[in-house]
Design a binder for this molecule. Sequence first.
Ligand SMILES: *Cc1c(COP(=O)(O)O)cnc(C)c1O
Length: 385
Amino acid sequence: MIKGQFPASKFNSLETPFYYYDIDLLRKTLDTIKTEIRNKDYHIHYAVKANANPRLLKEIAAYGFGADCVSGNEILRAIDCGFPASKIAFAGVGKTDREIEIGLDNDIFCFNVESLPEMQAIEALAAKKSKTARIALRINPNVDAHTHKYITTGLNENKFGLNEADLPQALELIARSAHLEIIGMHFHIGSQITDLSAFENLCVKAFELRNWFHSQGVKLQHINVGGGLGINYQHPNHCPTADFESYFRLFGKYLKTEEGQSLHFELGRSVVAPCGSLITRTTYVKEGISKKFLIVDAGMTELIRPALYQAFHHIENISSDKELTAYDVVGPICESSDVFAKDMKLNEAQRGDLIAIRSAGAYGEVMASQYNCRELPKAYFSDQI
Ligand SMILES: *Cc1c(COP(=O)(O)O)cnc(C)c1O
């Protein structure tokens, strides 16, 4: 079995569980993205919600990328970590007045508007500050992302975005206001999308809608196609980066932009998931009736994805080269869903062995909780330990 490269001897002195980030892999990923979009009018807004660790944000900001934020505090964190406000897009169905004001006060790039009442609130607050808010309409394209139902966001009657039927009224409101400027349209159809044909369908829809805006006399400066590109959770060692080449090629082929129109992407998971691992220690090996349980000191409090949406993470025993043995890898939390994997083949384990739960850089540390009075996990970086 090929395993990841971990400095296991250095880990021995550290208290577990903790997140370990491979900075070289993060930079390699960022380099790949940068190479794929060179010479194109393509812009990346990293989706901060995937991982808001300041060190990672600083690395990503240093590549010149923008940020996609879904709360006022994410905007403040992003600015703090070096993202220019002029490259920050702000999405979310429930932006509060305070959060809208943070966006206005910092002159962010764009509010991605998800409902008519939200548009009215932004207009009123912008008017009060004598400002003009740049907005993009988040439209529900009714495209099925073929991913888990909890991370599908682009179907009708989903809480996100405007429906097409709302668009004429939205344009009327904008036309009547001196404080709203429409600069784009926005989509986000879901996450962990590996069947790229979903993006093809999105392109077709975006193209149609772009023409509709044209027919209404509205020329859009940008089209934001959101994020969602998936990674290979099964084989982190063979496929350490997402298929950015096919992804960007697809948009080049199916979504031809007009002169002066740019394409924006909000990648989250595909940027940070591969570089993070949750490192945990074996507390007990428990013999069940027909299976073995590997009880580790990390739980759903540090990484909730398996419990929340049956997500798969590859797991390795980095302290052992012994024979492969099947284990159910479970945490200590008092919930039956606190299971990282069933029937995972690991090198035979004993109490104290270090276990790496791979591809945990996205929606991992950032979702940690203190349930059971646990401490939030620490993070270490490959170039600092
Ligand atoms: C979550 C989210 C993203 C990022 O999605 P990934 O699947 O992590 O790439 C992008 N845009 C919006 C609006 C989001 O809510």
